[in-house]
Write a protein that binds this ligand. Structure first.
Ligand SMILES: Cc1cc2nc3c(=O)[nH]c(=O)nc-3n(C[C@H](O)[C@H](O)[C@H](O)COP(=O)(O)OP(=O)(O)OC[C@H]3O[C@@H](n4cnc5c(N)ncnc54)[C@H](O)[C@@H]3O)c2cc1C
Length: 461
């Protein structure tokens, strides 16, 4: 039977302390409602047992994404759309962006929140495997204070969690330590869009010289709670991917899961699909690794001048390119990026200026004529989002560039990849307040990031 609105009470305090006080006054009587995309389905079906709802939708304390040096903190009230549009999440936590993109349709993404997905605790929830492989931690808030727990321990059984009746999740902490990992994720549903997962898998892997140094895999929809495939991970670590290892991993993963028959699928199908996804992810990691290795192997064998010339567009400084080429042979992506960073930081101010001068102004895709064609092509890809801005924004950026160049006597450098024009304008305006030394260091750091991104593109092309 459908629910009747008169049977329900809804209050909407506009700050977190008031919500927490209410939850503490009558523990268990009030249920937080965020986007309502799970609760309203229960309500419509007449299954919503809680009669008193306290809205936490759009509370500022739950809706921000804080970027700290060692982690990012995603407010539990952030929607999937917030995640999809956040440049930091896009850059460093791509598994979460992918999960957000395939959660429901656009309306659901505008309303559904990360905290709601976690507390609703469906074994089929799409963002949860990503949180597991990223080693997420949760900060829970109540009038008693805050506590921080490892997300992996949050789900204690089917639809059971560690969240007490007087608590809300304030934010999800994601450590920033997976930049050098390959990422793989796949959701298998009845169709590509707007389907609940039959199996979903998220994984990260780090390689050195073709060997799996570290691998983290998590699955959803194949047990009462989403979980890490730890036995399969252990079987893989320290090994080179070949057919025998793939077979072993498929079998270990199929043995590790506890799927059931239900309305969406059968246990047998889920077991077979999980094993196949593990094989697919290992093949995809291996192909990427072979590709990187073959670019590096070819580059390692070039004469020094040619090797330096080939990587010059990644940075723009001749001294950087010569010094990096002199360090060959370089075996893998991690070693390449570490060597590049070290050289870049040791360069002179004149070398930095040479690199800065290779870039087009932000908002103008035309690179200086001295820049190699490859550099110009990368610049235009990096500024793709800026190119989508309207004429007013482009004019504001152009004025910002002019003021910057007048103030600092050089072009404004920012790692533009994934950033929309308005975000770049904000950064420019903030950096106009820097003193000369601080601004030089910020520009150098931005150029370091640009160089890393370009090196990654170069070895995977
Ligand atoms: C059409 C449709 C399609 C969907 N597709 C998918 C999909 O593809 N993949 C998927 O994973 N999910 C899907 N969902 C489920 C749903 O959108 C997600 O689980 C969503 O993230 C829930 O967030 P919410 O804010 O709407 O939660 P709500 O419905 O507001 O709350 C859900 C539960 O979480 C609790 N809660 C919410 N926030 C907090 C907090 N900060 N602290 C403590 N408790 C909290 C509530 O008390 C409630 O128990 C779909 C839903 C619909 C209606």
């Amino acid at each position: 039977m459908r629910s009747h609105p008169a049977d329900y009470e809804l209050v909407a305090p506009n700050n977190l302390p008031s919500v927490l006080s209410l939850l503490a006054e009558e523990p268990g009587s009030w249920l937080p409602i965020a986007g309502g995309t799970d609760l309203m389905v229960q309500y419509a079906a007449g299954h919503l047992a809680a009669r008193k709802l306290v809205s936490i939708w759009n509370l500022p304390e739950l809706r921000r994404i804080e970027i700290l040096p060692g982690e990012i903190r995603v407010g539990a009230g952030c929607t999937y759309t917030d995640l999809i549009h956040n440049p930091m999440v896009n850059r460093e936590f791509t598994l979460l962006t992918s999960a957000a993109r395939w959660t429901g349709g656009v309306a659901n993404q505008n309303r559904g929140t990360l905290g709601g997905n976690i507390v609703n605790a469906s074994p089929a929830a799409d963002s949860l495997p990503a949180l597991l492989v990223y080693g997420a931690e949760l900060i829970l808030a109540s009038v008693r204070g805050e506590r921080r727990i490892v997300y992996e321990n949050f789900h204690t059984g089917y639809r059971k969690t560690q969240c007490a009746a007087d608590e809300v999740i304030r934010c999800v902490c994601l450590p920033r330590q997976f930049k050098n990992y390959r990422a793989y994720t796949r959701k298998i549903g009845a169709r590509n869009a707007q389907a609940i997962s039959k199996v979903c898998l998220a994984a990260l892997g780090r390689f050195a010289g073709g060997i799996i140094e570290d691998i983290r895999m998590a699955v959803g929809s194949v047990a009462p709670i989403p979980f890490r495939l730890k036995e399969t991970e252990t079987a893989l670590r320290g090994n080179r991917i070949d057919q025998a290892l793939i077979l072993l991993a498929k079998k270990t993963a199929a043995d590790e899961i506890q799927p059931i028959d239900d309305i969406r699928s059968s246990a047998r199908y889920r077991r077979a699909v999980t094993a196949n996804l593990v094989a697919e992810l290992l093949n995809s990691f291996n192909n990427a690794d072979n590709k990187n290795s073959s670019v590096l192997a070819r580059w390692n064998s070039l004469p020094p001048g040619e090797a330096a010339l080939e990587i010059l567009p990644c940075c723009g400084s001749n001294s950087w390119a010569r010094q990096l080429a002199a360090l060959r042979p370089i075996q893998d992506e991690d070693s390449l990026l570490a060597a590049s960073d070290k050289i870049w930081k040791s360069l002179t101010e004149a070398d930095w200026m040479e690199a800065f001068a290779h870039h087009p102004r932000i908002g103008q895709s035309v690179a200086p004529t001295t820049a190699p064609a490859r550099s110009a092509q990368w610049s235009s890809q990096e500024q793709q989002k800026v190119g989508a801005a309207g004429s007013d924004m482009i004019a504001a950026l152009s004025e910002g560039n002019r003021a910057y160049e007048q103030r600092f006597k050089r072009i404004f450098i920012v790692c533009a990849a994934g950033k929309p024009a308005h975000a770049i304008l904000d950064i420019l305006q903030r950096r106009m307040r820097n003193d000369d030394q601080t601004e030089l260091q910020e520009s150098a750091e931005q150029q370091r990031q640009i160089t890393s991104l370009r090196l990654k593109k170069w070895i995977s092309e």
